[in-house]
Design a protein around this ligand. Sequence first.
Ligand code: ZN
Length: 127
Amino acid sequence: MSCNCGSGKSYASCCEIAHQDITQVKTAEQLMRSRYTAFTLAYGDYLMESHHVSTRPLSEKAEIVAWAKSVEWDKLEVKSTNKGLENDKEGTVKFKAHFKENGKQRFIKENSKFIKENGVWYYLGLA
Ligand SMILES: [Zn+2]
């Protein structure tokens, strides 16, 4: 199957690598893509694991998973990135995620902030 993040690669050679071992994620964009794909798969454990502990919404996990399952995910557009490469400790990614909710076309547009701690990238929140 081709990866839901729209990279053009197979899931096995794209976001599945991150989902199986987050320490394999090299860049902020790769983490961002893996989180989008985790939303499309309603993969709550990974959404929590990839969220920095300081902002991790553990108490909302069940709601997040229920919502992720309730919408129809269309596609991800990565608009731009700033830093977030292998040798960086932080970075931002601007993206637009398209989905249908209750039959209506909707999107989330966000400039996300990512930080790397002990070699692992995490989503922090809005940049
Ligand atoms: Zn992917």
